[in-house]
Design a protein around this ligand. Structure first.
Ligand code: ADP
Ligand code: MG
Length: 326
């Protein structure tokens, strides 16, 4: 019933950034080459994610917001294999239970556009809509019917910080997708989607940071690691928070103390106390060498050989810094 639905939603949809993460992931799953995330009031007032992906038919649209529906898994076996999907067919349904949601979508390969509005979990009728190919999902009044959850929201500025972090992670992980973030009508950043990491970093973090980046490239990294690539900053280009040190394992943003420490070790005491460098690092490992603990709100990994991964990453970053005379 509606109450159960709302309680369940509160556990997985914590704040505007969790909504943005799910919508953005859907756009990327839909093979989008351009995604625009626009939020109002930190996302508390409104969130709109627009993509030029495959789009949905009227039937797809109706199914998309039903409970336990996904077009991405067809058997129990698949379910085990897609350990990386947070909600497994639950995201749109769950978000729509605690907000006002409107989806407009038109299949990219032909056919008409349609729209569907869901209010607090109650879906209306699918109606024709003159929208461009792709999908736009609009979420307003998040938690309007769950005051207990609404109470835990922070200021719009803080909520926007979280949204910004999520969109930044996905933009960095997908340099081939032109990703735009807007807050209260102003553009925060826009990547070009050329596939080039350096220009993506320039778009996201600005010129000062981009110009201090050193390329890391260890094709045949040692031990349990297949390859390590990406960018790290000069030791003097740092911030007080660790959130600018981004690590991706097999293409997914993850948090792992091992990876963070490995990067810090590579600087060998050159960093000021409590300062963190900028890093965008892609670590590739065989899937069976990593244990992914998926939680809808975060992504933690452990490696079978933690110390092997750690030293491979430290070596890769250190030799990149040395090559640059640092
Ligand atoms: P999941 O992503 O786990 O399948 P969701 O609730 O996030 O579950 O989405 C349900 C379904 O709606 C997806 O499987 C997909 O078929 C469709 N869908 C959602 N967002 C989009 C989008 N941006 N473009 C195309 N299809 C989408
Ligand atoms: Mg999804």
């Amino acid at each position: 019933d509606a109450t159960v639905r709302r309680i369940a939603a509160g556990e997985v949809v914590e704040r505007p950034a969790s909504v943005v993460k799910e919508l953005l992931e859907n756009s990327l799953d839909a093979d989008a080459s351009r995604v625009t995330v626009a939020v109002e009031g930190g996302g508390i007032e409104g969130i709109r994610v627009r993509d030029d992906g495959v789009g949905m038919t009227a039937d797809d649209l109706e199914r998309a917001v039903e409970e336990h529906t996904t077009s991405k898994i067809s058997s129990g076996d698949d379910l085990a294999a897609v350990g990386t999907l947070g909600f497994r067919g639950e995201a749109l349904h769950t978000i729509s239970a605690v907000s006002h949601m409107t989806i407009r979508s038109r299949p990219r390969d032909g056919g008409r556009g349609h729209e569907l509005t869901v209010e607090g979990g109650d879906a209306g009728e699918v109606t024709p809509s003159g929208c461009p190919p792709g999908t736009v999902v609009e979420v307003t009044d998040l938690f309007y019917n769950t005051p207990a959850r609404e109470k835990f929201l922070k200021t719009p500025a803080t909520e926007f910080d979280h949204v910004n972090r999520v969109v930044t992670q996905y933009a960095l992980a997908n340099p081939d997708v032109a990703t735009t973030l807007e807050h209260d009508g102003r553009e925060v950043f826009a990547t070009e989607g050329t596939g080039d990491l350096q220009s993506t970093v320039l778009a996201v973090y600005g010129r000062e940071v981009a110009s201090s980046m050193v390329e890391v490239d260890a094709d045949d990294a040692a031990g349990p690691v297949t390859s390590i690539s990406g960018l790290v900053s000069h030791p003097e280009t740092t911030r007080a928070g660790r959130e600018y040190l981004s690590t991706f394992v097999n293409g997914r943003y993850v948090t792992a103390g091992t990876l963070r420490e490995a990067v810090l070790d590579a600087y060998g005491g050159q960093l000021a106390p409590d300062r963190y460098p900028f890093a965008v690092l892609f670590v590739e490992v065989p899937p069976d060498a990593v244990d992914v603990n998926v939680h809808p709100r975060k992504m933690e990994v452990r490696f079978d050989d933690e110390s092997g991964v750690k030293s491979a990453l430290t070596d890769a970053v250190r030799s990149a810094l040395l090559d640059d005379g640092l």
